[in-house]
Ligand binder design. Structure first.
Ligand code: UT7
Length: 329
């Protein structure tokens, strides 16, 4: 019986770097505050001309190249994002076209920072059911386009980028061992961006009220922080228990890169052994759905991720949504 396995990874990031020193010139903040509260030192930011697909497409191409798979063999393309190129059509259809996945199914998946985990769950289910053989999953975000750079508490947190994986049906031991997904819409107000849907439609540029914050990411950071730590720890335990292993069996823990303090707190709650948590938040900030696949690709290409390693992924974000996955590399 064929089971789902990740066979390639890729990433693409904007060239432009925004450092904490840059923010010191833009808003009332300091490198000391940002580093101390978040661990972030710099983040990558798309140029005015760049949009989501400018990163989603190259990340997907990289993953396919590493996997040695051609676009024509891809059955499904998912782009997990809340910042697509356009409201519709879905950006995934542009990726499908660019990689030559002729006739493949393609859709965008909206689960904010948890989007990549959700896409893993979809691909695993479809492969395990025998419905598809090969999927390209992209987590990509250009949050800089919806960040208010005059507002210090959210602007310093976010960055842009894309990460991708190729998931394929293979004989032998399964790679995607377990995936869990959850949500709680009653806490939707903790992180949102109201404009752009049917509740606050944008029919013309004039319809955006200047002075309103409805078009920007809004976050109640402190409350979000507390729920994030609890949910990430719980859902991580859930996938570990599902497969009958404990945190000490994990070779690599790759949490969503939102904040160094959240990552450390979750690692402590889970008792992940020292040195097994992958962190790059200092270089990219919070890239939402892109953070886990970017980290996965960095680790994969560094040679530190070895065949047979047990990898735990977990994420948390707007919705609220949260989820985790356990992988045998
Ligand atoms: O990926 C989706 C999930 N999102 C998250 O996981 C984010 C979760 N939240 C967080 O990471 C943290 O809550 C933040 C990093 C956003 C904020 O850290 P905090 O320790 O919760 O700070 P706070 O919001 O309670 O603010 C503390 C103080 C406030 O000043 P007062 O009221 O105590 O005088 C803020 O106005 O820090 C102030 N502050 C800043 N000061 C300097 C807020 N932002 C800044 C800033 N520079 N950039």
């Amino acid at each position: 019986m064929k089971r789902a396995r990740i066979v390639g990874t890729g990433r693409a990031l904007p060239e432009k770097v925004l450092t904490n020193a840059d923010f010191e010139r833009m808003v009332d903040t300091s490198d000391e505050w940002i580093t101390g509260r978040t661990g972030i030192k710099e983040r990558r930011i798309a140029s005015d001309e760049e949009a989501l697909s400018d990163f989603a497409i190259p990340s997907a191409r990289e993953a396919l190249e590493l996997a040695g798979i051609e676009g024509k063999d891809v059955d499904l393309v998912i782009v997990a994002t809340v910042t697509p190129d356009t409201s519709f059509p879905a950006t995934s259809t542009q990726v499908q076209d660019a990689i030559g996945a002729k006739g493949a199914a393609a859709f965008d998946l909206s689960a904010a920072c948890t989007g990549f985990i959700y896409s893993l769950a979809v691909a695993k289910s479809m492969i395990d059911a025998g419905a598809i053989e090969t999927a390209v999953l992209v987590g990509a975000e250009v949050l800089s386009k919806v960040v208010d750079y005059s507002e210090r508490s959210t602007s310093v947190l976010f960055g842009d980028g894309a990460g991708a994986v190729v998931v394929r049906a293979e004989e032998g031991e399964p790679g995607l061992l377990s995936v869990a997904m959850h949500s709680d819409g009653s806490l939707g107000h903790l992180i949102d961006r109201p404009v752009g849907g049917s509740r606050h439609p944008i029919k013309s540029l004039e319809s955006l009220d200047s002075g309103s914050d409805l078009g920007y990411i809004r976050m109640r950071g402190n409350e979000t922080f507390r729920v994030a730590v609890r949910s990430l720890a719980e859902v991580s335990h859930e996938v570990l228990a599902d497969y009958g292993v404990s945190p000490s069996d994990v070779d690599w823990f790759i949490p969503h890169q939102a904040n160094r303090r959240i990552i450390d707190a979750v690692g402590q709650r889970l008792a992940i052994p020292e040195g097994r948590t992958y962190v790059n938040v200092e270089r990219y900030g919070n890239t939402s759905s892109a953070s886990i696949p970017i980290a996965l690709d960095e680790l994969n290409r560094s040679g530190e991720l070895e065949s047979g390693h047990l990898v735990l992924l977990s994420a948390f974000g707007s919705g609220l949504t949260w989820g985790a996955s356990l992988i045998r590399w």
